[in-house]
Design a binder for this molecule. Structure first.
Ligand code: SF4
Length: 392
């Protein structure tokens, strides 16, 4: 049964949380300063974003064809490709590839959050470490990633200093952010070398070369997926674009709209290492293409725009509702958050709960201004509400 009271109670409660308000205010104002500088420095990026919208429209309309091409390219290079229709199927494939009693290093990935993969692998007796600093904090402090790019947006540096003191037994100055980063890096360094498996998502996937593209700033992804002997990439089917050149355009737009003047690393992985050719890196490359509602959504004239989403997080920073309740909007059970998160949850997860959260949107449309690919979230959220009203 639809329970809008539960949703409004949750959102009302968190809107009174002073720590959350401070953390969100700091993060949002810092993002807009950075975005202004980025747009001045790279004025061409708006045109590039329009091109990326066209690439995504074409790719979503030809998802099945691109998927076949992507599988062929992965296997031609000696990798193994899998198609998971559901979250359960994806977990099963990863579970078999990892086994039990293993050490796993993970790159930040919303798609693996959608699968609750870390929790699943830990339950099976593995040691799993998130290696992105923000995601590492979320792993231990919870409750879930609160933003696409900045998962620990809800945590103040004061709170992080407190946690590090408890977790590592070291006194840290709350204003010494670099010192805190160095501590976590040191802790993770041993894990990269002892890991049996590295797991990543994908920011884009080039069908012509079977290549995963991964953006990062901390070099943690590079270490997570190149030191262990096995690399598993979990790729939402909407990430596949036709060519390497298309994928480069996608990652550039994500970086710029994510507020990065310079992104430290863009990794591309095109297959397992071939020792005979002197390659270094994992000898096993497994790519799991995840459907979990995406193919059905690609045929829905309204919902399909969700699949153009690059997960840059810009709309979350401009949304007035997100500015008050942050990632709690979409619910604690959902990996996703914000208006776009409600849409993702509707496609990949719990339709009932996401429909309830759709009612929190003010339909102001500020998210369309922020979005590089101009996704009309109010239109989609209004449609999700309309579908509910038809049922009751
Ligand atoms: S909807 Fe647009 S702005 Fe929001 S995360 Fe997706 S691509 Fe970025």
């Amino acid at each position: 049964m639809t329970d809008l009271t539960g949703v409004s109670q949750l959102l009302n409660k968190v809107s009174d949380d002073p720590v959350l308000r401070t953390a969100l205010d700091r993060a949002i104002s810092s993002y807009w300063k950075k975005r202004k500088q980025v747009m001045e420095r790279y004025p061409y990026v708006k045109e590039l974003a329009d091109e990326v919208r066209r690439i995504k429209e074409w790719s979503i309309d030809h998802m099945d064809k691109l998927l076949d091409k992507a599988i062929e390219a992965v296997e031609a290079k000696g990798g193994k490709a899998y198609v998971a229709e559901t979250a359960e199927e994806a977990r099963k494939i990863v579970g078999e590839l990892v086994g039990t009693g293993k050490v796993v290093t993970k790159a930040k990935s919303m798609t693996t959050e959608e699968l609750k993969l870390r929790e699943f692998l830990i339950e099976r007796g593995n040691e799993v470490y998130e290696t992105d600093l923000g995601e590492f904090l979320v792993q231990f402090l919870g409750p879930k990633p609160m933003h696409f790019i900045s998962p620990s947006i809800h945590l103040t540096r004061e709170k992080v200093a407190e946690f590090l003191k408890d977790f590592m037994g070291v006194e840290v100055d709350k204003d010494d952010v670099e010192g805190m980063v160095a501590l976590v890096r040191k802790f993770l360094r041993d894990k990269y070398f002892s890991a049996d498996v590295g797991i990543s998502g994908a920011n884009a996937f080039a069908a012509d070369r079977g290549a995963v593209f991964l953006i990062e700033n901390e070099s943690n992804i590079r270490l997570s997926i190149s030191l262990p002997p096995k690399h598993i990439a979990v790729v939402g089917m909407e990430k596949i674009v036709p060519t390497m050149s298309d994928a480069w355009k996608v990652v550039e737009v994500i970086s710029r709209y994510g507020g990065y003047k310079v992104t430290s690393y863009i990794n591309t992985v095109m297959g397992p290492a071939r020792r005979g050719d002197g390659d270094i890196g994992p000898e096993e490359y497994h790519v799991i293409f995840l459907d979990n509602g995406r193919r059905e959504a690609s045929k829905d004239p309204i919902l399909k725009q969700t699949l153009y989403c690059l997960r840059c997080g810009a709309c979350q920073y401009l949304c007035p509702v997100f500015g008050i309740v942050g990632g709690y909007w979409a619910g604690l059970e959902s990996a996703y958050s914000g208006g776009i998160g409600v849409m993702w949850e509707y496609i990949t997860g719990d339709k009932e709960t996401s429909t309830q959260h759709a009612f929190a949107c003010l339909l102001c449309g500020r998210c369309i201004e922020a979005c590089p690919v101009r996704i009309n979230q109010p239109e989609v959220l209004r449609e999700i509400r309309r579908r509910l009203m038809e049922r009751i």
